[in-house]
Ligand binder design. Structure first.
Ligand SMILES: *[C@@H]1O[C@H](CO)[C@@H](O)[C@H](O)[C@H]1NC(C)=O
Ligand SMILES: *[C@@H]1O[C@H](CO)[C@@H](O)[C@H](O)[C@H]1NC(C)=O
Ligand SMILES: *[C@@H]1O[C@H](CO)[C@@H](O)[C@H](O)[C@H]1NC(C)=O
Ligand SMILES: *[C@@H]1O[C@H](CO)[C@@H](O)[C@H](O)[C@H]1NC(C)=O
Length: 191
């Protein structure tokens, strides 16, 4: 294709191809794509827990804001999808109504979903749902890994397998050595 037409098309695409513009007021009715609580402050407190999560805005047909989001995000080439937002939250600060002690990841996801839905709904009147927990960190020195019975069984099985492999190897080596000696003694008998 002639480069001239390409440039003209590209220019047209960038400037005029998009009928849906938002003025500033409208734009800020959408929840921001990213928002982070203060990480250092969170980690400074004892038992601070900080999670980074991906959140889906739930589209509702009669909700002004999700209508704006859907229309605005429809232009995939030029705009982010504003129905998918990310939040870094200091759970111990921002979700004080929820109890987050001793939760596994699935339950934590539900609790974070509830907490974020509340705060985002208060401000933007849209419902949201946590789709993924990217990671969590806490201010305790040791990393909180839930070691359950499954993990122990797995570790023990691996150990047993290693033990068997070493044993088998020893047996094979011994057998190989013995047969070598036998061959050798047969050879020496010939001469
Ligand atoms: C932004 O657009 C909306 C809808 O078109 C309109 O009601 C509102 O007055 C506009 N606000 C400004 C500041 O232009
Ligand atoms: C934006 O993301 C949502 C949720 O993943 C999806 O349902 C929707 O189709 C996406 N919109 C566009 C224009 O890609
Ligand atoms: C989100 O919060 C709103 C308002 O409090 C509530 O009506 C809605 O059921 C909540 N949605 C979810 C999925 O928790
Ligand atoms: C989690 O916190 C520890 C200590 O507070 C820090 O060393 C580590 O880099 C953090 N991990 C992430 C993924 O931020």
């Amino acid at each position: 294709m002639n480069i001239k037409y390409f440039v003209i098309l590209l220019f047209f695409g960038l400037c005029c191809g998009d009928p849906y513009f938002l003025n500033v007021t409208e734009y800020f009715r959408m929840p921001p794509l990213f928002e982070l609580d203060n990480y250092e402050q969170c980690m400074a407190s004892e038992n601070g827990v900080f999670c980074v999560v991906a959140v889906d805005v739930i589209t509702e047909p009669d909700n002004d804001v999700t209508n704006i989001i859907t229309k605005y995000s429809a232009n995939k080439l030029k705009r982010f999808n504003h129905s998918i937002i990310e939040r870094g939250i200091c759970v111990t600060r921002s979700c004080t109504r929820q109890n987050i002690k001793n939760l596994n990841m699935e339950d934590l996801k539900i609790v974070l979903s509830e907490c974020l839905n509340e705060t985002i709904y208060d401000e933007y009147k849209v419902k949201t749902k946590v789709s993924r927990i990217n990671y969590c960190n806490n201010s305790k020195r040791q990393v909180d890994v839930d070691v359950d019975i499954g993990d122990w069984i797995f570790a023990i099985i691996i150990l047993i397998i290693f033990f068997c492999i070493t044993k088998l190897e020893q047996v094979y080596l011994k057998r190989a050595e013995r047969s070598k000696i036998k061959k050798f003694s047969r050879l020496t008998q010939l001469y």
